[in-house]
Ligand binder design. Structure first.
Ligand code: ZN
Length: 285
C-alpha cells in the first residue's frame, strides 16, 4: 500500500475492567488475578472529528445483567466501572461530548465492547456483517453464551448501522502480510479496517497512523502483548468463549508474524493493561 496516510491522534481509554486469573487468559500465566481492562479508542481525525472504536463498559451493563439468564454474564465476568473510568467523563476531559460522536467502529458485539452505545445518540455504527448476523436477533441463553446482551444495543441499532464489508477494499501489499486486504473505513485511507476473525465471527481491527507511527487496534485477537509476542494462546478453559478456535489461532499467528517483523508497529489489544499504560499521553496533547 503506497500512500502518505492522514495522521490521527489516538487516545487509548480504559473504560471499566474486570479481574481474571491470568492463566485463563494466557497459557503459562500467573495463578493470581490479573486486571483485565476494557479499552476504547478515541480517534481524533483532522476532518471527521472525534470517532470511537468500541465503548468499553457503561452503567447499562449493570442494568442489563440484573436478571437471569443475563446475570450469568456478570457472575462469570464481574466488572467494575469507577466514576473516573466512565467514557463520558474521559471524553469530557478531552473536550469531547458524547453527543458529538458521529461514528463508532465496533470491533465485535461482545458486551464489554458495546455497553456504551446507548449513550451516543448521534452516532452511526460500523461493524462487519458476519458479526452482526451471528448475534442480532438472539436472546436469552442463546445470546449469553455468545457474550451478547441484546439490551445493550440502542433500539434503532439496525437503522444506524453500516457494514464495513460494503466499503472499498484496500490492497495492503507485502508490508502488512499476512493481512492482505482491508476496508477503507473513512474513504481517505486514514483508518483501514482489518478482519481479525476467530474470537467472534468476524471482528474488525483498525490500522491507523499517528504522529508516532502506525498502530493496529487488535481488539480481542490477542488478550495481551505477551500473547502476540510469544504466540501464546489462552487456556483451553477459555475456549468456549471463542467463535472459532482454529481461526483464532491463525489470526494470532498472523499478529505474531507481523508484529515480530515490524517493530515500529504498535499492536494494541483491547484488554492489555501493559499496552494501555505504555500508550498514555498527557491530557493536553
Ligand atoms: Zn473483549
Amino acid at each position: 500500500m503506497l500512500l502518505t496516510p492522514t495522521r490521527v491522534t489516538l487516545h487509548w481509554l480504559q473504560v471499566g475492567h474486570c479481574r481474571h486469573p491470568e492463566w485463563i487468559t494466557l497459557r503459562g500465566g500467573r495463578w493470581g488475578a490479573a486486571k483485565f481492562p476494557s479499552l476504547s479508542a478515541l480517534i481524533m481525525h483532522p476532518s471527521h472529528g472525534p470517532i470511537l472504536y468500541d465503548t468499553g463498559y457503561a452503567d447499562h451493563f449493570e442494568k442489563e445483567t440484573r436478571a437471569f439468564p443475563y446475570k450469568l454474564y456478570r457472575l462469570t465476568t464481574p466488572a467494575a466501572l469507577p466514576a473516573e473510568e466512565r467514557l463520558g467523563a474521559q471524553l469530557a476531559q478531552r473536550g469531547v461530548a458524547l453527543d458529538t460522536i458521529a461514528r463508532v467502529f465496533i470491533s465485535h458485539l461482545h458486551a464489554d465492547h458495546v455497553a456504551g452505545l446507548r449513550d451516543l445518540p448521534r452516532a452511526r455504527f460500523t461493524a462487519l456483517r458476519d458479526d452482526v448476523a451471528g448475534n442480532l436477533g438472539r436472546s436469552g441463553m442463546d445470546a449469553v453464551r455468545r457474550g451478547f446482551l441484546p439490551g445493550l444495543l440502542p433500539p434503532d441499532f439496525r437503522a444506524r448501522l453500516d457494514f464495513a464489508d460494503d466499503l472499498p477494499v484496500v490492497d495492503l501489499g507485502a508490508r502488512w502480510a499476512p493481512f492482505a486486504r482491508g476496508y477503507d473505513l473513512l474513504g481517505d485511507r486514514s483508518l483501514i479496517g482489518i478482519p481479525l476473525p476467530g474470537h467472534s465471527p468476524a471482528q474488525l481491527g483498525i490500522l491507523l497512523w499517528t504522529e508516532d507511527g502506525p498502530v493496529l487496534l487488535a481488539a480481542d485477537a490477542c488478550w495481551s502483548t505477551r500473547a502476540w509476542q510469544e504466540c501464546r494462546l489462552p487456556s483451553v478453559l477459555a475456549r468456549p468463549l471463542f467463535h472459532d478456535w482454529g481461526q483464532y489461532r491463525r489470526t494470532l499467528a498472523g499478529l505474531h508474524e507481523l508484529g515480530t517483523r515490524s517493530p515500529q508497529l504498535r499492536i494494541l489489544p483491547s484488554h492489555c493493561e501493559t499496552a494501555w499504560a505504555s500508550f498514555q499521553r498527557p491530557l493536553h496533547a
